[in-house]
Design a binder for this molecule. Structure first.
Ligand code: BGC
Length: 718
C-alpha cells in the first residue's frame, strides 16, 4: 500500500476500531491460539469485538500457530487489518546466544550483529514481526537483575552495540527481507538506573546526566532506523516514562525526529495510578496519549476510556489518528497488508532453526564473551590431566540465562557434554557438590571424593537463571552460601582450582577470587556455552573478552564504574590519607575494572604518540600505539582509547572510552593501531545543556583496560 492508501484506510475506521489498534494482548486472547482462554476477557472487561479489532499480539511464536491466529483474525476483522506479532527475542530465538552483557564483553560488533540477524531469521520464519530488543539501558548497579540484558556501563560502547543489534534485526529493507524483524529499543528511558538497584524503582537524575550517559544508546538505535520504542516502567525526574511528554514528544519525536511506534512496557499505562500521577484508568489513558504513547501493552485504559475522553474533548481525535497511523504504517512497512503471514513458514522452521551454521555463531560469540579474570599458570588445561568437574552447573543445561523462553536445556551443550569431547571420560570425575542455594554434608563429601581423584578441580558455580533478570534484584550479590562453602571445603585439598562462573551480573567475588587459581567469567553463554568454555579452558581458543561492566570489590561500593568523577578530594593511590574521598574499610577501585580481561598470551604497548599536540575543529589528531604479542600463542587484544577533559564547564569523567580496536596478533607480531580524535568527540553537555567542546587541555589514554593505561596530553584550540 502507499501512504495515501494507509490514510484512506484510517478514514474508514470507526473510533472503536481505531482505539482497538492501540491495545496489545497476549497470545491466549486470540482465536487460533493453541491454549485460547476466555477467562481474562471477562476479567479485563474486554469484548470479543475489541479482540477482533486488536492491533497486536504479545508473545506468539511458531509458524503454525501464528498463521492460525492471523487467519482467524482476518476472517473477522471488518477492514482486513492484520495483527502485528511481537515477542521478546532478546539474545536468540532457539539458538540462544550469550546474554547481552556477555556480548558486550566480546567488543565484537560484527558478531553481535550476526547474532541479531540469526535471531531475526529464526523468529521471522516462526511468524514474528517485531522483537522487543535491543535493550540498551546503561547500567552501573549490579544489584539490578536486568544488567545482564544490557551491554554495560559505557554510553559509547552501548551505542555501538545498539546500532549493531538494530542492523542485525532489521537489515536494510523490512518490506522485502522477510527474514528480518523490526526492532524495538527499550526501555526508554534510564530504566537501568533504579535507586538501590531495585527493579522498577525510582530513577532520579539531572537532565544533563540523562542526556550525557543514558540517552545516547537509545538515540543511536533510532539513528540506525529502529522502528519501535518501548517506554520504561520507572519515573524520570518525577514523571513515569510512560506518561512523560518531555521524553516522548519533546526529545524522542521533536528533537530526534522519531516517527515510529511507541509502546508501553507490560501494564505500564495502568501503573501510572500506583505511581501517583493518575487517579484512575481514564486519567492514565489521558496522560499516556497526551505524552505520545501509541500502544498500551496488556492493560485496558485506552480501550475503556479513550473514546469517552475524545467525546468529552479532553483528548483530540487527531492524537488517536496519529497513533493509529503509525501502527498501520509499521504494518505496511513490514508488508503485512500484502502478505499478513510474512516470513512464517513451517518448512523453513525445520530447516534453519538451530542449524549447525547458527550454532557455530553461538559458539564463536560465547567464546569471545567469556572473560578470563585470573590465571595463575593453571590454564590452559592439558588433555591428559585428571579433572574433577564439580558444582551446580557441572551437568546443568540451564546456562541460557534470562529471556531464553524458546531455548531448551535439552538442546544446550553443558560443560559435562563438552568436556567429554575433550578428554577421556575416565579422567573426568563429576559431582554436583551442592544445589544452587542449599547443600548437604553428603554432597560435600562426594565432591571432596571426586576432587581427591583429580589433578585439577574445575568448579562450575554461579547464579541460577532466576537470580537475575526482571524482578531479580539482589541486595547481596555474593555466591550463595552453599556454593561458598563448597569452594572453601575444596580449597583445603590444596589442588589447583579453576572456577567457571555462570551468572547474570557482576558478582561480589569474596570467597571465590582468593580461592581460585584461575577464574573464567562465562556469564550465561547460551546454547553452545559448554563447547565454547571447554575450547577456552583447553586453549583451543584464546580468551579475548573484556569486561563491559566493572566487577565490584564489594557491594558497599556500588555504583562503581570507570567513567566516574575525580571529586575535590581524590584518593592518592600511594598512601593512606585522611579526609579524602574513600572508604576506611575497602578500596575505592572495583575488583576488576571496565575493559579488563586476560589472555593466554601477553601484549606490550609502546611508542604511544600523537600526530600533533594541538588540534582544532577542522584539524583532528591521530593517536597511535604499537601493540606486540609478547607471548607464545596467537591472541586477540582489544586496544582501548580513553580521553579526559581536564577542565570543563561541568566536571568531566576521569576518562571516557572514545575508541577501540580488536586486533589479532601472532606470537612476536607487532601492529600499529591508530585512532583519530575529532573535535566532535570532545563535546559534552554543558550546564546550560549546550552540547559543545571547550578549548583547553585533554589527556588521551591507551591500554588493555581502563586502569592500566599510558597517557599523553593534547590541546584543543579554538
Ligand atoms: C519487560 C519488557 C518486555 C515485556 C514484554 C516486560 O515485563 O520489562 O522488557 O519486553 O515485558 O514481554
Amino acid at each position: 500500500m502507499n501512504d495515501q492508501q494507509i490514510k484512506d484506510l484510517l478514514e474508514q475506521m470507526t473510533i472503536e476500531e481505531k482505539v482497538a489498534q492501540l491495545i496489545q494482548l497476549a497470545t491466549p486472547f486470540f482465536k487460533g491460539a493453541a491454549g485460547q482462554i476466555t477467562g481474562p476477557l471477562e476479567e479485563m472487561a474486554l469484548t470479543e469485538e475489541t479482540v477482533q479489532n486488536c492491533g497486536s499480539v504479545l508473545g506468539a511464536s511458531g509458524a503454525k500457530e501464528i498463521i492460525n491466529i492471523q487467519k482467524e483474525h482476518l476472517a473477522e476483522n471488518r477492514l482486513g487489518i492484520p495483527l502485528l506479532m511481537m515477542a521478546d527475542i532478546i539474545h536468540g530465538f532457539k539458538t540462544i546466544f550469550p546474554v547481552p552483557l556477555a556480548i558486550g564483553c566480546s567488543w565484537d560488533l560484527e558478531l553481535a550483529e550476526k547474532s541479531a540477524e540469526i535471531a531475526a531469521k529464526e523468529a521471522a520464519v516462526s511468524g514474528i514481526h517485531v522483537t522487543f530488543a535491543p535493550m540498551v539501558d546503561l547500567v552501573r548497579d549490579p544489584r539490578w537483575g536486568r544488567v545482564n540484558e544490557s551491554t554495560g556501563e559505557d554510553p559509547y560502547l552501548n551505542s555501538l552495540f545498539a546500532r549493531a543489534f538494530v542492523r542485525g534485526f532489521q537489515g536494510t529493507d523490512l518490506q522485502n527481507e522477510k527474514n528480518r524483524v523490526a526492532a524495538c529499543v527499550k526501555h526508554f528511558a534510564a530504566y537501568g538506573a533504579p535507586e538501590g538497584g531495585r527493579d522498577y524503582n525510582t530513577v532520579n537524575m539531572s537532565e544533563r546526566q540523562l542526556r550525557e550517559s543514558y540517552l545516547p544508546a537509545y538515540k543511536a538505535a533510532i539513528d540506525e532506523g529502529c522502528e519501535v520504542v518501548m517506554t520504561a516502567f520507572n519515573t524520570v525526574d518525577g514523571v513515569p516514562a510512560t506518561g512523560n511528554k518531555d521524553l516522548m514528544r519533546s526529545i524522542l519525536r521533536e528533537e530526534w525526529g522519531f516517527d515510529g511506534v511507541v509502546i508501553s512496557d507490560w501494564g505500564a499505562v495502568k501503573e501510572l495510578i500506583p505511581h501517583g500521577v493518575a487517579a484512575d484508568e481514564a486519567e492514565a489513558a489521558q496522560k499516556a496519549i497526551l505524552a505520545g504513547l501509541d500502544i498500551e501493552m496488556m492493560t485496558t485504559c485506552y480501550v475503556h476510556h479513550l473514546k469517552q475522553l475524545i467525546e468529552q474533548e479532553i483528548v483530540e481525535e487527531a492524537l488517536l489518528d496519529e497513533a493509529v497511523l503509525r501502527i498501520l504504517t509499521l504494518k505496511n512497512k513490514l508488508g503485512l497488508f500484502e502478505n499478513p503471514y510474512r516470513g512464517a513458514d513451517e518448512q523453513q522452521e525445520e530447516e534453519i532453526i538451530l542449524s549447525e551454521e547458527h550454532r557455530q555463531v553461538a559458539r564463536d560469540l560465547a567464546a569471545k564473551s567469556c572473560v578470563l579474570l585470573k590465571n595463575e599458570a593453571v590454564l590452559p588445561l592439558k588433555t591428559n590431566q585428571k579433572l574433577a568437574l564439580i558444582g551446580p552447573f557441572a551437568q546443568n543445561g540451564d546456562i541460557l540465562g534470562p529471556w531464553s523462553w524458546l531455548g531448551s536445556k535439552e538442546e544446550t551443550i553443558n560443560l559435562h557434554h563438552a568436556l567429554n569431547q575433550k578428554i577421556d571420560p575416565a579422567n573426568l570425575f563429576i559431582s554436583q557438590g551442592c544445589d544452587f542455594e542449599m547443600g548437604t554434608e553428603e554432597q560435600l563429601e562426594e565432591a571432596v571424593g571426586a576432587a581427591r581423584k583429580a589433578d585439577v578441580i574445575l568448579l562450575a558455580v554461579g547464579e541460577h537463571t532466576h537470580m537475575s533478570g526482571e524482578a531479580g534484584s539482589r541486595a547481596d550479590i555474593r555466591l550463595p552460601q552453599a556454593q561458598l562453602e563448597l569452594i572453601a571445603k575444596l580449597k583445603i585439598l590444596q589442588k589447583p582450582i579453576v572456577v567457571v562462573l555462570f551468572n547474570g551480573r557482576p558478582l561480589d567475588l569474596h570467597g571465590v577470587i582468593d580461592k581460585a587459581d584461575a577464574l573464567l567469567e562465562a556469564w550465561f553463554p547460551g546454547t553452545e556455552g559448554g563447547v565454547a568454555i571447554a575450547d577456552l579452558l583447553f586453549g583451543d581458543v584464546n580468551p579475548s573478552g573484556k569486561l563491559a561492566m566493572s566487577i565490584p570489590y564489594s557491594v558497599g561500593q556500588i555504583p562503581v564504574y570507570y567513567n566516574c568523577f575525580n571529586t575535590g578530594r581524590p584518593k592518592d593511590a600511594s598512601e593512606s590519607q585522611d579526609f579524602v574521598s574513600k572508604y576506611i574499610d575497602i578500596p575505592n577501585d572495583p575488583l576488576f575494572p571496565f575493559g579488563f580481561g586476560l589472555s593466554y598470551t601477553t601484549f606490550s604497548y609502546s611508542e604511544f604518540s600523537l600526530s600533533s599536540e594541538f588540534m582544532t575543529a577542522s584539524q583532528p589528531i591521530t593517536v597511535s600505539v604499537k601493540v606486540k604479542n609478547t607471548g607464545e600463542v596467537a591472541g586477540e587484544e582489544v586496544v582501548q582509547l580513553y580521553v579526559r577533559d581536564i577542565s570543563g564547564d561541568v566536571v568531566r569523567p576521569l576518562m571516557e572510552l572514545k575508541g577501540f580496536q580488536k586486533i589479532s596478533l601472532q606470537p612476536g607480531e607487532t601492529k600499529e593501531v591508530t585512532f583519530t580524535i575529532k573535535e566532535e568527540q570532545l563535546r559534552y553537555y554543558h550546564s546550560n545543556l549546550e552540547f559543545a567542546s571547550d578549548a583547553g587541555r585533554f589527556v588521551a589514554y591507551v591500554g588493555p583496560n581502563s586502569k592500566d593505561v599510558t597517557e599523553i596530553s593534547f590541546e584543543l584550540q579554538k
